[in-house]
Write a protein that binds this ligand. Structure first.
Ligand code: ZN
Ligand code: ZN
Length: 414
């Protein structure tokens, strides 16, 4: 892989709240070789002058679904597998274009897709996959309507519809087996539905997902693989039982209270809010086919979501960046920055999508920062994201260069 030398940029180090002016960054063999405020040189590298621009690490989205190709997830499972897979291709390319070089897929993406990205057959962010999310019968991952009891669900590990981003499994022994199957099929971490949700037809938001025995068994299996469990969860009660049983990251977490936020901080659990998805569902859900039952549930979690950011911040719970968008709304991924910046500092918000993302993925020093030895995920940005978060918004409009693993995927600076 060829070397690239970025000259004279303003370095965004997410550990420091100001840009560092006049930095050179040398990339070789997919890694950051050297970062310096003294001029660097290299005999063979392509030299790119980025004077006046910001150079920063690629962004990490900890909660997306590249296989959520339409808003109505209940009916997506009826689509041909090939159609769902093909629809995920432009979704992934657009994520990378927006500067997201890493995505933790929160259910749906499997090992095949991850391989296709790694071998550059398709273009997209580096994936950390969950396989299919585990849900109890009638939980957030059960797409069946009340009248649909006869629909064959993706109960077993080997035959499933690509459009079902979750699978239904109940009972301690069965969930253990399901977790083992997901690992056997390549999951990096396990996703469970630990409370009701918006986009599912028959589960109230406040419903618990899984018994504590089941959650504990799932966590135990994940720990046996030296990895962890991420849990979709809204209410303080549901979050408490997940965290008490060893869940490491709480997804959404909108209806948290102070007591449980403190418990999370104590246990070292993370939260991954996904506020943009409620804005998108409220604004355009009905237009894009979100069922009426789901539209009704949005209000319950939307306003509380913004308030929850303050609560988490005060309690000292680390927040990762998530988006959780579905179908045509996927284009709004970067708007999560805008929404959070209404409540938190730009510095905090950028840390969530870099350093904290790397921490959650157990990739500290590798992702989320530009230092010697890190994987070369690099963005060149017009403007200073610490002063104006808008330069990270849109479809990468202010990001003239995107590099992932030392390879340039978008280049307006040639
Ligand atoms: Zn969820
Ligand atoms: Zn999700």
């Amino acid at each position: 892989m060829s070397a690239v030398l970025f000259k004279n940029g303003n370095l965004l180090d997410p550990a420091q709240s100001e840009l560092l002016e006049g930095y050179d960054v040398l990339v070789e063999d997919g890694k950051v070789k050297e970062v310096s405020d003294k001029p660097l040189s290299s005999g063979t590298a392509r030299v790119i002058d980025i004077a006046g621009k910001t150079i920063m690490p690629g962004l990490i989205d900890l909660h997306g679904h590249v296989m959520a190709t339409q808003l109505n997830l209940s009916s997506q499972g009826f689509l041909p597998d090939a159609l769902v897979m093909m629809r995920s291709v432009p979704i992934m390319a657009a994520m990378l274009r927006r500067g997201f070089t890493t995505l933790r897929d929160a259910g749906g993406a499997g090992w095949g897709l991850k391989c296709a990205v790694e071998e550059d057959t398709i273009i997209g962010p580096r994936l950390f996959i969950s396989g299919r999310a585990l849900s109890q019968t009638g939980g957030h991952g059960d797409p069946r309507q009340r009248s649909d009891q006869l629909r064959p669900m993706s109960f077993c590990g080997c035959c499933f519809r690509a459009g079902d981003i979750g699978r239904v499994v109940d009972g301690v022994d069965n969930v253990r087996r399901a977790v083992r199957e997901e690992f056997q099929m390549g999951a990096d971490q396990i996703k469970i539905m630990a409370s009701g949700g918006v986009a599912s037809p028959t589960d109230p938001i406040a419903a618990y997902g899984y018994s504590e025995d089941e959650i504990a068994a799932i966590v135990d299996e994940a720990r046996s693989r030296q990895t962890y469990v991420m849990a979709h969860s809204y209410t303080a009660d549901a979050i408490e039982r997940a965290v008490r049983n060893g869940v490491r990251t709480i997804e959404h977490g909108n209806l948290i209270d102070e007591r449980v936020a403190k418990l999370m901080a104590e246990k070292g659990a993370y939260v991954v809010p996904t506020l943009v998805t409620y804005e998108a569902l409220a604004n355009e859900g009905a237009t894009y086919g979100l069922p009426a039952d789901s539209v009704d549930k949005i209000a319950t979690v939307r306003t509380a979501g913004l308030e929850s950011l303050q609560l988490y911040k005060r309690a000292g719970v680390k927040m990762g960046f998530g988006s959780d968008l579905l179908g045509p709304s996927q284009r709004l991924q970067s708007d999560e920055f805008r929404i959070r910046a209404e409540v938190l500092s730009n510095f905090d918000v950028i840390q969530s999508a870099t350093l904290i993302g790397a921490e959650v993925l157990n990739m500290q020093g590798q992702l989320g920062q530009l230092s010697a030895g890190a994987i070369a995920d690099v963005l060149v940005v017009d403007g200073n994201p610490y002063k104006d978060i808008a330069c990270l918004l849109g479809q990468g409009d202010h990001i003239p260069l995107v590099m992932k693993g030392g390879k340039i995927y978008h280049d307006e600076l040639a």
